[in-house]
Design a protein around this ligand. Structure first.
Ligand code: A2P
Length: 332
């Protein structure tokens, strides 16, 4: 079998380190890995695939070597500058930042939902926002079976979603220290602001959920709204999703639709205290759904509670799954 070369950009970061973990687990047919980060980290040693790798500085020449796929998670600015350079040298970039997601020429992919879009790439494939990814895994089977009229998202997002700095703010905040990353203390608090505010009063994170949902599901005028909140949880995003379906449904049949969906695990035994939670979804690659119940205030409404590991399925796992699909395509 042909083997491929993969580069990881941002290999020292929160998502980058998880890229390495997931790559170790997935055992893709890879010949050579290149681990890149900023100048600050150049020369650092990391243990990976049973050997010691040296982190290299990301430069314009980093992609001159024979690289097939580059997994990027080094912030939007780095992706804006370096993803086109990599693509121009024949590398396929799987980018975890928001820089390219809404570009019409860039596929935005959750493999369980729209793997077919990968084929349309022009050198860059975008990994969606973490909160969007897990919602897509749960909503796609409902869209296909019942049609979707409207979606209301309310999120409870972990600090790991803000990278190392976010994680440190909760750890240090629990010891009484002032925040460095978030605009307010996160320990003992909920902050109804993720990313910056836009002129329409929504945050950028909220509008990412709205716009990315429409693009991934291929329904440009879908009615979607969101409130995104940072909560004092280390890892694992939770979401309340209220959905109005087009068609009537039986609740047991709807649960079966979710049970049969790829990448989704139904955990719904409220009488036994079983439902998805951040602490049980952490370190898993699947998305979990529970608290599945009819919304009795509207016609054909249903409420879901959806949880996933935002660093794994919400970022690293989804990107490595895209890389695996590319390798599968190239090997056919
Ligand atoms: P470094 O560790 O050298 O700063 P996180 O989101 O967890 O903070 O991680 C951000 C990741 O992006 C890190 O690996 C960081 O590397 C990397 N990074 C940030 N800025 C750059 C840059 N200008 N060039 C390359 N890598 C960068």
């Amino acid at each position: 079998m042909k083997k491929f070369n993969i580069a990881v950009v941002g290999a020292t970061g929160m998502v980058g380190r998880t890229f390495l973990k997931v790559l170790e687990e997935m055992k893709l047919p890879v010949e050579k890995y290149t681990l890149l980060a900023s100048k600050r980290s150049a020369g650092k040693k990391v243990q990976f695939m049973g050997t010691e790798y040296t982190i290299e500085e990301l430069t314009e020449n980093s992609f001159d070597a024979d690289i097939d796929i580059a997994l990027f998670s080094a912030g939007g600015g780095t992706s804006e500058k370096y993803a086109p350079i990599a693509a121009s040298k024949g590398v396929v970039v799987v980018d975890n930042s928001s820089a390219w997601r809404m570009d019409e020429t860039v596929p935005l992919v959750v493999p369980e939902v729209n793997a077919g879009d990968i084929k349309k790439h022009n050198g860059i494939i975008a990994n969606p926002n973490c909160s969007t990814i897990q919602a897509m895994v749960a909503l796609k089977p409902l869209l296909d079976t019942y049609g979707i009229k409207r979606v209301v998202y309310s999120t409870y997002q972990a600090v790991s979603g803000a990278g190392m700095g976010g994680y440190a703010d909760l750890e240090n905040g629990l010891k009484g220290e002032a925040p460095q990353k978030f605009p307010h203390p996160i320990a003992g608090n909920c902050i109804p602001q993720i990313d910056v505010f836009l002129p329409n009063g929504y945050t950028k994170e909220e509008m990412k959920m709205v716009n990315e949902t429409r693009k991934i599901l291929g329904v440009p005028d879908m009615r979607v709204t969101a409130t995104t909140v940072r909560v004092p949880v280390f890892n694992g995003h939770s979401e309340s999703i209220n959905v109005e379906l087009e068609k009537p449904f039986e609740i047991e049949a709807l649960k079966d639709v979710l049970r049969n969906a790829p990448g989704l695990i139904v955990q719904d035994e409220p009488e036994n205290g079983i439902y998805p939670m951040a602490i049980t979804a952490s370190d898993k690659d699947e998305t979990f759904v529970g608290r599945i119940r009819r919304d009795e205030s509207v016609e054909n409404g249903v409420n879901l509670w959806v949880v996933a590991d935002n660093i794994r399925k919400g970022a690293a796992t989804n990107a490595v799954q895209i890389a695996a699909e590319l390798i599968k395509m190239w090997s056919e």
